[in-house]
Design a protein around this ligand. Structure first.
Ligand SMILES: [Zn+2]
Length: 266
């Protein structure tokens, strides 16, 4: 098989507890799980086009945009990374309509275990995709609020008690701490009762979701591959976790290369 075109981050779904991945290249969609164990080759042809306006850009900003779009789109603003700094109420949202529909919708505060326990937030509609993208092996939604800013305030209040980042090298090597998310949930909720009331957060009684990944072999040493440095990336696909392809020649984070034009063969 050989296809060429612009790539996007892989689409994911959960099928009987296992992460399923499909990669869009131009108009084609490739079922990536079926390629695990086979040799594949990706060749970056040198073109990047902005995933918003479609203009050619020599460099990709904010994972797939041209510089002007990265400066003007609300989804590329700092407040997306730091939701507690949402500034919609000041009238300074870059795209108020987008902000209203995306950031003032139900958001979830969750615990996940990708390299160890961490807290995170996501739009309610983005579960379980958010966790698969992070390579989490388990996840537990704990609170629901009505806006992104409120979920961000809760997340930042929990930062003294729990990590909010994944150690991606450990995640890829499958060096994951064993952890009891339910016990952590109870401790965390007990730590911030006043804020939970103030944010009108609804406590969730969800069960832990376990996620497995299509991986035959985890890397013991992480070699990070990058289209900007190495246009041709090839090897046997040992597995897929998070948005990473695990090749026997190294790992590549496809999310980072959204909007790159690539020739794919297997
Ligand atoms: Zn653009």
């Amino acid at each position: 098989m050989q296809v060429a075109g612009q790539i996007k981050m892989m689409k994911t779904s959960l099928v009987e507890g296992e992460a399923n991945y499909s990669l869009s290249i131009g108009n084609e969609v490739i079922d990536m799980n079926s390629l695990v164990g086979s040799p594949i080759k990706l060749y970056f042809k040198g073109d990047i086009s902005c995933s918003n306006c479609g203009n050619r850009t020599s460099k990709s900003f904010s994972q797939g945009f041209c510089f002007p779009c990265a400066r003007s789109l609300a989804r590329c603003d700092m407040c997306i990374m730091k939701p507690e700094t949402c500034h919609y109420h000041l009238g300074t949202c870059r795209e108020p309509e987008w902000g209203l529909s995306n950031c003032f919708s139900p958001h979830i505060v969750y615990l996940a275990n990708s390299s160890g326990p961490k807290v995170g937030i996501t739009r309610a509609t983005n579960m379980p995709g958010r966790w698969i993208d992070q390579g989490a092996i388990s996840a537990l939604p704990i609170l629901q609020v009505s806006s992104r800013i409120n979920s961000g305030k809760i997340e930042s209040a929990l930062k003294p008690f729990i990590a909010d980042k994944t150690n991606w090298r450990k995640m890829l090597k499958n060096e994951v701490e064993q952890t009891d998310l339910l016990a952590i949930k109870n401790e965390l909720l007990d730590a911030i009762p006043a804020l939970i009331d103030q944010m009108e957060a609804q406590k969730l009684n969800s069960e832990i979701l376990n996620i497995s990944y299509p991986v035959l072999k985890y890397p013991t040493k992480i070699v990070s591959l990058n289209f900007d440095k190495t246009p041709t990336i090839s090897g046997t696909l040992d597995g897929i976790k998070g948005q990473y392809l695990l090749l026997d020649s190294g790992v590549i984070n496809l999310r980072k290369f959204s909007s790159y034009h690539v020739e794919f063969s297997s």
